[in-house]
Ligand binder design. Structure first.
Ligand SMILES: Nc1nc(=O)c2c([nH]1)NC[C@@H]1CN(c3ccc(C(=O)N[C@@H](CCC(=O)O)C(=O)O)cc3)C=[N+]21
Length: 285
C-alpha cells in the first residue's frame, strides 16, 4: 500500500513558519494584506475564497473580499484593479478565474501589478515561471505540488515525470517548474494517443486533468509517486480527485489523497506569496 503524502501536515508545517514571519513583521508595525476579487457566483471560486480567507486570516493576514456582479463592466473591473494596485494596505491581489464571459481576461491579467500578482495571472510572472526565475510568483496550486514533493524529500531531478493536463493554472506552469528542477517532463492532454502507455512511463505521475477518477491502476507503473491535483465531486456529491484512489493506492509507492492533499496546501501557499509580496514591496529581505 502506498505511503500517504499528507497535505494537511505539509500545510501545518508551512503555516508555522508563516505565523512566525508575520509576527516578526507585526513587531515592525506591518501587517500583510490580501484582496480576493470575485465576479459572479461560481461555487468553486466561492469555496476557494472561503478556505483562503480562513487560512490567511489564521496566519495573520488582513483579508478583503471584493465581490462584483456577473455583469460588471470591463471599465469598472479595471478601475478596481487599479485602486488595489495603488492601495498601500494591499500586498497581494487574487482574481478568481474564470472571469465572466464579457470580461476580457487578457486585459485584466496585464493590469494586475506583477509585484502584487500572487497567483501568477500577469504574463510577466508567467514568463518568469517559464524561464525558471524564482523571483516572481508561480501559481499557488503548482507551487503547492512542489511544496509537497520538497517536504517529503521526493527528488524529481532526472526522473521521468508525467503531467496530465495543460491548463494555465496547473499543468503548463507545473511542467515548467519541474523542468527547472531537472525532471524529464512529459505533458499529456486530451489529444494524447495511448494515454496509459505514456502515463505508465512516469516515475512521478501528476494528475491535473479536471476529470474525476480518470487515472486508473492500468495507467500507473509499480512504485510510482502519484500526485492528484484534481478537485471534483462524484455522483454522491463527495469530493474526489482525478485519480481513482482505491485502485491506484496498492501499486503506487506514495500518493496524495483528495481531500487532504494538494488542495489543502494551496491556500497556505497563497499566504506565503502575500508575505513574499509585502517583503518585495517594502524592500525587506
Ligand atoms: N485564479 C484562480 N486560482 C485558483 O486556484 C482558482 C480559481 N482562480 N478559481 C476557482 C478554482 C477552484 N479552486 C479551489 C481550490 C481549493 C478548494 C478547496 O475546497 N480546498 C479545501 C481543501 C481541499 C483538499 O483538502 O483537497 C481547503 O482549502 O480547505 C476549492 C476550489 C481554486 N481555483
Amino acid at each position: 500500500m502506498a505511503k500517504i503524502l499528507d497535505g494537511k501536515e505539509v500545510a501545518a508545517a508551512l503555516k508555522d513558519e508563516l505565523v512566525a514571519e508575520v509576527d516578526r513583521l507585526r513587531k515592525q508595525g506591518i501587517t500583510p494584506g490580501l484582496c480576493l476579487v470575485m465576479a459572479g457566483s461560481r461555487p468553486d471560486s466561492q469555496s476557494y475564497i472561503n478556505s483562503a480567507v480562513k487560512r490567511c486570516s489564521s496566519i495573520g493576514i488582513d483579508c478583503r473580499v471584493k465581490k462584483l456582479p456577473e455583469d460588471v463592466t470591463q471599465g469598472d473591473f479595471l478601475k478596481i484593479i487599479d485602486d488595489l494596485n495603488t492601495d498601500p494596505k494591499i500586498n497581494g491581489i487574487m482574481v478568481m478565474r474564470p472571469l465572466p464571459q464579457y470580461i476580457s481576461e487578457n486585459t485584466i491579467k496585464y493590469k494586475i501589478s506583477p509585484e502584487k500578482d500572487v497567483d501568477c495571472l500577469n504574463p510577466i510572472n508567467v514568463s518568469k515561471v517559464i524561464s525558471g526565475d524564482d523571483d516572481g510568483f508561480a501559481p499557488c496550486t503548482p507551487a503547492a505540488v512542489i511544496e509537497i514533493l520538497d517536504y517529503y524529500g521526493i527528488k524529481v531531478e532526472g526522473k521521468r515525470t508525467v503531467v496530465i493536463g495543460r491548463s494555465m493554472v496547473v499543468g503548463r506552469p507545473l511542467a515548467m517548474m519541474l523542468l527547472a528542477r531537472n525532471a524529464t517532463v512529459t505533458i499529456c492532454h486530451t489529444r494524447t494517443r495511448n494515454l496509459a502507455e505514456e502515463t505508465k512511463k512516469g516515475e512521478i505521475l501528476i494528475a491535473a486533468a479536471g476529470k474525476a477518477k480518470m487515472v486508473t491502476k492500468d495507467m500507473v507503473s509499480n512504485g510510482a509517486v502519484v500526485i492528484d491535483v484534481g478537485i471534483n465531486f462524484d455522483e454522491s456529491g463527495k469530493m474526489c480527485g482525478d485519480v481513482d484512489f482505491d485502485s491506484v493506492c496498492p501499486i503506487a509507492s506514495s500518493i496524495t489523497p483528495v481531500p487532504g492533499g494538494v488542495g489543502a496546501v494551496t491556500s497556505t501557499v497563497l499566504a506565503k506569496h502575500v508575505i513574499e509580496a509585502l517583503k518585495l514591496q517594502k524592500g525587506i529581505y
